[in-house]
Design a protein around this ligand. Structure first.
Ligand code: URA
Length: 197
């Protein structure tokens, strides 16, 4: 995979992308935001209406939940990089199609390579399936997983807490694990590698 000298070049490529039909209905691409030197990369599903309007991820109701979860563990958007599996809004917020995820996957791959995080937090099933297509979210959430050289930590999508408030406690508990995972990784000799399971 090509190494890009600047994260902005990846964003430029995203802005110019016409690989799937979503480019016809988008107002803005939503490449991602935050600190590209962060140890933590969060990956959601797809932009919604607010994100499409502004070009910034997670600024709607799900974003508020996410900010609360980050705040709960003393993190802010400046401490993380956040992006989505697909960078354009699917009309009427429908689920992304497989072909759209496939066409967009080059961008998430470049972002992972460029940011080189210590831990990837997958928010919901679409991001989780990129790494573990044969596993289910219900069995895997809240458990750190090894993927290539990276640690992937699956959690529910923050929007799930909007529909099912009982999940909020589980999500808070899952987020509480993030700092422990990072601490463990930082004490490991081979920084990014650790056997969890
Ligand atoms: N949901 C997502 O998955 N991503 C966003 O950017 C907003 C809502």
């Amino acid at each position: 995979m090509q190494k890009f000298p600047k994260i902005e070049l990846i964003s430029d490529q995203i802005s110019n992308c016409t690989n799937c039909s979503l480019h016809k209905t988008r107002n803005h691409t939503v490449p991602g935001s935050g600190n590209y030197k962060a140890e933590i990369l969060l990956i959601g599903e797809a932009p919604g209406a607010n994100e499409d309007k502004e070009g910034i991820p997670f600024i709607g109701r799900a974003g508020k939940v996410l900010d609360e979860l980050l705040n709960h563990i003393n993190l802010s958007r400046k401490d993380i990089f956040i992006t989505n599996m697909i960078k354009c809004r699917p009309p009427k917020n429908r689920d992304p199609f497989k072909e759209e995820i496939f066409e967009c996957s080059q961008f998430i791959d470049m972002q992972i390579q460029y940011i080189n995080p210590k831990v990837i937090i997958t928010l919901g099933k679409f991001a989780f399936e990129k790494f573990f297509p044969d596993q289910t979210m219900s069995e895997s959430r809240g458990l750190p997983h090894q993927w290539n050289q990276l640690t992937v930590f699956p959690v529910y999508h923050p929007a799930a807490a909007l529909y099912n408030p009982n999940l909020r406690t589980k999500m808070l508990e899952d987020f509480e694990q993030i700092q422990q995972i990072l601490n463990k990784l930082n004490t490991c000799k081979e920084n990014h590698q650790m056997k969890f399971l």
